[in-house]
Design a protein around this ligand. Sequence first.
Ligand code: CP
Length: 310
Amino acid sequence: MATVQQLSTKHVLGIKYLTAEDIRLIFETAESFKEVINRPIKKVPSLRDVTVANLFFENSTRTRISFELAEKRLSADVVNFSASSSSVKKGETLLDTVNNILAMKVDMVVMRHPAPGAHHFLAQHIDANIINAGDGTHEHPTQALLDAFSMQEQVGDLAGKRVVIFGDILHSRVALSNIYCLTKLGAKVRVCGPPTLIPKHIQSLGVEVSHDVWDSLKWCDIANVLRIQLERQDIKYFPSLREYSQYFGINKTLLDSLDKPIVIMHPGPINRGVEISSDVADSDHSIILQQVENGVAVRMAVLYLLAAGR
Ligand code: CP
C-alpha cells in the first residue's frame, strides 16, 4: 500500500511555519480532492475515524462552511461552536473551553479567533491538531493556500509571476499569509494602498511597496484585492471610503485601459463599489467564485495530510 506523504508540522498555525514542499504537497493533494468533489458521489472515507471541532470566535461565511464541507466530504464527525452562543459569554476561558470540547474525544481543532497568536498558545497546551482559520490581524493560512492554488490554476507555476495585493495591508491576515505563501513559491509580490494602510518594514518580507494603482495594475499578472477592515481600526486611517474608492478602487475603466488581461481575485467579503466595482468583481477576469470552490479541496487536503501524521 502506498505511504501517505505528510506535512513537516503537526499544526497549521501559519504559512510562516510551512515549507515550500509542504505547500506543493497540499496543492497536489487538493488536485486529487478537486476531482473527488466534482464526482456525483462527493465523499471519501479518509477521516471516518476522526472528529473535528470548528471553533469560531469571530464571524465567518466562506471559511466556516468550507471547512465543514471539507470535513464532511472526508467522512469526519463534525461539531460546530460559535462563541456568541456559548458559555464564553459566562466568562469561560479559551483553554477551559477547548479542553472541555477535547474531553469529548475530539481529534482536530479548526479555530478562528480575534487574538493574534491564540493558536500558538493552544498548541502549547493541547494534543489535538490545530488549524488556524484566522487569528486577528496575523495569519489566515488556508485562505493563502487556496489563493495560491487558484492562481496556479490560472497562470501555471508561480515562480517569477507578478502578484499585487491591493488594499488594507495593515489590518489584513490574508495579506500576510499571501506574502509568506507567494514568496515561498517564488512569485514577485507587491503591495499597493495608501501609506497609512501599509505596515512599516513590510519590505523586510521581500515585497515591493507602491501607492500607485495604475502603475501596479500595469506591472502585475494577478491582482488580489482586499477590503478595508474597518472593524479592526481604532482610528480612521483614511478620510473616507468614498475617497479610498476614488484613489485606490479597482474599476472597469482602469482594467479596460490595460494592454493585457490580468486575473482578478478577492478573498471576500466584497464591499462592492469601495475596493472593487461590481463590473470588475463579476467580470470574466474575476476568479472570486473559483477561489471559494477551491477552498473546499484545499481544506480537505490540509485536514487529510494532518490526519495522516497522527
Ligand atoms: N475569506 C474569508 O475568510 O471569508 P469569511 O470571513 O467569510 O470566512
